[in-house]
Design a protein around this ligand. Sequence first.
Ligand SMILES: NC(=O)c1ccc[n+]([C@@H]2O[C@H](COP(=O)([O-])OP(=O)(O)OC[C@H]3O[C@@H](n4cnc5c(N)ncnc54)[C@H](O)[C@@H]3O)[C@@H](O)[C@H]2O)c1
Length: 255
Amino acid sequence: MSMGKGRLGGKVAIVTGAASGIGKAAAELFRREGATVVGSDLAAADGIVAADAGNEDDVRRLIADSVAAHGGLDIVFANAGVSGGLASIFDQTAEDWAEILRVDLIGPFLAIKHSAPHLKARGGGSIICTASVAGLRSGAGGAAYSAAKAGVVSLVQTAANQLAGTNIRVNAICPGLIETGMTELIYKAARDNGVAHRIGELNPLQRGGEPDEIANAALFLASDESSYVNGQALVVDGGLTSSMPTARRFDIRAE
Ligand SMILES: NC(=O)c1ccc[n+]([C@@H]2O[C@H](COP(=O)([O-])OP(=O)(O)OC[C@H]3O[C@@H](n4cnc5c(N)ncnc54)[C@H](O)[C@@H]3O)[C@@H](O)[C@H]2O)c1
């Protein structure tokens, strides 16, 4: 394997959901850090390969083609996802559930299943799956989305252990509220109603996050800097999930 410059120099990476938001930011950052990146999304575009992340044939082909084109695979960021909106359980159908679970949970499973043999052939690698704070607590998505994301947190634990001895690390990232295509309507509604300043007010940083702030966490997990981090869910949410709900506020006073 050639050693290039940057924190991912000489590595080959696949990023799913790379046409927008977090995946787009991560694909660009991984490239800047020296990786050869295959970005994929539902539709082909400049620098984007078409592959449905929840379809096994597509995932198998995406991975096989990437390995054939670039001589191997070191990093997979299984990031593609759909939210399904904030509908209540009474308004969701079994078909809604099946589609959300297909993309958000079976997608990462397929990415792990079909990439691990190639990573093992390189002597190891890093698989990162995008979960969500919605998988840790209620209140950040619909029931199917939250259940799928909780499943991703569990999946990386199981996968990390089933891949014991391969030097493949499997981790998840749990973003809080990030401004992307998925949250566009939330941000638009807040701006239209003159309450943009209230976006993210429930976390101690009191703001929403940027895609680059998740891409940076993905870069850490993709790189050898996280060489002893395995089977974990890294929460990147401005502190949102670090507290019980509370109305108390504290003044900072000088001594
Ligand atoms: N934005 C947030 O606040 C937030 C918070 C927590 C978790 N997430 C997660 O982050 C990940 C990225 O989402 P984002 O916020 O960047 O949203 P986004 O909508 O901007 O990007 C998601 C991308 O995934 C693609 N995609 C959807 N279904 C696909 C499929 N079946 N196959 C391939 N590509 C598919 C979309 O076309 C889109 O380009 C998702 O897994 C999402 O659940 C987002």
